[in-house]
Design a protein around this ligand. Structure first.
Ligand SMILES: [Ca+2]
Ligand SMILES: [Ca+2]
Ligand SMILES: [Ca+2]
Ligand SMILES: [Ca+2]
Length: 275
């Protein structure tokens, strides 16, 4: 864990999480005590919930959610509710409700098909209820609309610029209003050759680099969660995991961080739009 001094400089706090190794980490206050808790995805044994005692000391709650998953995401299934959890597994995304203490219960709903590589929550159709977008290694990006009562429904649209037998594998997804029209748009990160990539199961970081991948894609929202490929491509190589939007240049619009799967580099793309 690294502490920000407020000027963008980070120092190692010496605080380490009790379980490892971690494939993915997400943070949020799960029990509303004001201290950020952590959900880590541990390969093969599901997501683990680590509660923050308030001083940065984390305790493993003992929960193991899902199995074989690599990622988890936090969002509110019910407006004004607690932070709930979407957990990836080898074949779907499974939904868990938080009772307000950081204890999660499976809702019985699993979404999508294929290995979930990334997940993001946001209100994509502007109805006030959080929706969830998943990047599935096979099947591209998919959006599931929340009804505000804990149930999600697939929109039916596969966000994949090259569907069919040669479709791209989707690894990263992030949402933000990139064009300033007050709806949330989607960025997708890919590897373009799913067959070559899946030939390297167990060593994802050594999957073929630049196998025809034409970069991160930006898909624009029509306001009702129907998306159109903008045609813009960012970067040209590597598998793009864990895309993140943040306003890095403080000009009011979201910029994109795109880590390269094969190395330690993160590509940064400035958004030239005026908010
Ligand atoms: Ca907390
Ligand atoms: Ca919504
Ligand atoms: Ca938009
Ligand atoms: Ca910006």
């Amino acid at each position: 864990m690294f502490r920000n001094d407020g000027a963008g400089n980070f120092t190692d706090t010496g605080i380490a999480l009790p379980t490892r190794p971690h494939l993915h980490i997400t943070m949020g206050d799960l029990d509303q005590d004001g201290a950020a808790d952590v959900v880590v995805s541990v390969d093969g044994s599901g997501a683990r919930v680590l509660m923050n005692g308030g001083t940065g000391v984390f305790t493993d709650s003992g929960q193991s959610l899902g199995s074989g998953g690599w990622v988890a995401g936090l969002g509110r299934f019910v407006a004004g509710g607690h932070l709930d959890l979407a957990v990836g597994s080898a074949s779907k995304m499974s939904m868990y409700r938080n009772d307000g203490t950081g204890a999660f219960t499976f809702t019985g709903q699993s979404l999508g098909t294929g290995l979930l590589q990334s997940v993001a929550f946001g209100d994509l159709n502007g109805d006030g209820h959080e929706d969830v977008a998943g990047a599935f290694e096979t099947g591209g990006g998919r959006v599931f609309l929340g009804d505000g009562a804990g149930t999600f429904t697939y929109t039916g649209q596969e966000l994949n610029s090259a569907p069919g037998p040669e479709e791209k594998s989707t690894f990263g997804i992030a949402i933000a209003d990139v064009d300033g029209d007050c709806d949330l748009d989607v960025a997708l990160g890919h590897a373009s050759n799913p067959f070559a990539a899946t030939a390297n199961v167990g060593s994802q970081l050594t999957a073929p680099q630049g196998a025809g991948n034409d970069g991160d894609e930006i898909w624009l929202n029509d306001g009702m969660a129907a998306f159109t490929d903008s045609g813009q491509r960012l970067g040209t190589s590597d598998i793009q995991f864990s895309l993140t939007f943040a306003d890095l240049d403080l000009d009011g619009d979201p910029d994109l961080l795109s880590p390269r799967g094969g190395g330690t580099l993160i590509d940064v793309y400035r958004n030239p739009n005026t908010p």
